[in-house]
Design a protein around this ligand. Structure first.
Ligand SMILES: Cc1cc2nc3c(=O)[nH]c(=O)nc-3n(C[C@H](O)[C@H](O)[C@H](O)COP(=O)(O)OP(=O)(O)OC[C@H]3O[C@@H](n4cnc5c(N)ncnc54)[C@H](O)[C@@H]3O)c2cc1C
Length: 444
């Protein structure tokens, strides 16, 4: 078997993985199906094409988790970040990118790299057994033959077609003077859910706001994807009748507000979403309301008036695997360790997060091929927190795609609050990253 690394998919993750491995001295073949076969969203032949917005979101490394991820990736020699910085557009505190030269720079750089060969072909099934090491980085629009092969290998349920996601709330912004912990009918541990009670007036005002709220437009191809009846957006349920939600995800049965004698008229429930208990998912609240509308309308929910959201809801077609169940800590498929996964297909969400997992997969695979130990990034870094979430921290039963956010990090040093809390986490991350990268660099 050769020491070549095969990477399937030349998107954000595959391009970064190829760069990291080649820079470590490993020969890489990058297999990209465009232009031989297109996807519903890509429109060019370029590597690392940005399919929708041109934003890498906040670039504030001290106060924002995605900004911290940018900074960690820069320090780890990321090609995606180098090209984004080179083609930066004015956008306040955000890192916006001039998408065409961004993608052209990455394409040219990878084409010119002496260790990289680019094969423009679709890999229409599992890679041959004699490929010693492969990274599958085929994204949310993985071509159907490969998606089918992965589904067969991992089990029918494992490769999900995801239609809608519900918002996730940061626990420390929930008002527990109004909410209480209880499972419906006291099942399980009896106190597994956060409950936000509504009276009749509050419920009716909430339903009216949902119906009037501005919705995201579907792209033409997305209109062909039907809703899954078991996972309808809440505004679609609300449009079927004013009582639908009260008999669905907002039903009040089996729940007793300990501060009141009467049963609430309706209840919004939140379920724990990560092992640390810092993130809570709004149960049944998948939605395609516009993001600004979600924040406005969900702040009407008693107890969530001041909530901040680690992720807002959204709706689009997406293929991803159940990474917490299927992958080991180094992103290898437990059932076939010569296969690694990287990018959005692992259940991270966003351009930067996809590239970050590509960076890690490229480093792990090259270390393995060169017989070096593959060190995991510390859990206190954004890279380590994101990796830890998808490979074990998240609950496999409710696993849904996730952006990087401070809720995934271990607690900051004691007695730090608000902005100081995030700064403490960010400075700790940069200091710990330096050790992982093997540099003496310290946080400024
Ligand atoms: C419609 C849509 C809009 C999105 N908008 C945003 C946004 O605005 N902001 C954001 O941060 N994130 C967005 N995302 C989510 C995500 O960040 C992007 O999809 C991102 O490109 C994921 O990076 P990736 O490397 O995992 O996949 P991709 O960048 O999609 O790369 C995967 C590559 O694999 C290739 N490929 C697929 N199957 C095969 C095969 N069998 N053989 C060979 N090659 C193959 C594809 O052609 C593609 O080039 C969006 C996703 C979708 C689907």
């Amino acid at each position: 078997m050769s020491d070549t690394l095969h990477i399937i998919g030349g998107g954000l993750a595959g391009s970064e993985a190829a760069w990291q491995a080649a820079e470590a001295g490993v020969p890489v073949v990058l297999h990209e199906m465009r232009p031989v076969r297109g996807t519903e969203a890509h429109i060019t032949d370029g590597l690392a094409e940005l399919v929708c917005s041109n934003s890498f979101r906040s670039d504030d490394w001290e106060n924002n988790a995605v900004g911290l991820l940018h900074e960690e990736m820069r320090r780890a020699g990321s090609l995606i970040m180098r090209s984004a910085d080179a083609h930066r557009l004015p956008a306040g505190g955000a890192l916006a990118v001039d998408r065409v030269p961004f993608s052209e720079t990455i394409t040219r750089t990878l084409e010119a790299h002496p260790k990289i060969a680019i094969a423009r072909e679709e890999i229409a099934g599992l890679p041959p057994e004699d490929w010693r090491s492969t990274i599958i980085a085929t994204g949310p629009l993985t071509s159907p033959p490969l998606a089918d092969a992965v589904r067969t290998l991992t089990g029918e349920e494992s490769l999900s077609f995801f239609d809608a996601i519900a918002p996730i709330v940061n626990r420390d912004t929930i008002d527990f003077e109004t909410c209480w912990m209880q499972s419906r009918y006291d099942k399980g541990d009896g106190a597994d859910y956060v409950n936000c009670p509504m009276n009749r007036e509050q419920y009716e005002a909430f339903i009216a706001a949902l119906l009037a709220g501005e919705k995201t437009d579907f792209k033409e191809w997305e209109t062909l994807t039907p809703y899954f009846e078991g996972c309808l957006p809440i505004e679609v349920m609300a449009s079927r009748g004013p009582e639908t939600l009260r008999f669905g995800p907002m039903k009040p049965v089996g729940l007793h507000d300990p501060r009141k004698s009467e049963r609430p008229y309706a209840v919004v429930q939140l379920r724990q979403d990560n092992a640390l208990g810092t993130l809570w998912n709004m149960v049944g609240f998948q939605t395609k309301l516009k993001h600004g509308e979600q924040a406005r309308i969900f702040h009407m929910i008693p107890g969530l008036e001041n909530a901040t959201f680690a992720r807002l809801g959204g709706l689009h077609r997406n293929t991803f695997i159940n990474s917490p169940r299927l992958l080991d800590r180094e992103l290898r498929l437990k059932a076939r360790p010569s296969l690694r996964f990287a990018g959005q297909v692992t259940g991270v969400e966003g351009y930067v997060e996809s590239a970050a997992i590509g960076l890690l997969a490229g480093r792990f695979a090259s270390a393995e091929l060169q017989g070096r130990p593959g060190a995991l990034p510390p859990a206190t870094t954004a890279l380590g927190a994101l990796l830890g979430h998808i490979t074990g921290g998240a609950d496999a039963k409710t696993f849904q795609p996730m952006n990087v956010n401070f809720g995934l990090f271990p607690e900051p040093p004691p007695k730090t609050k608000g902005k100081d809390r995030k700064r403490a986490q960010s400075h700790r991350a940069i200091a710990d990253l330096a050790g992982w990268l093997g540099t003496k660099e310290a946080a400024e």
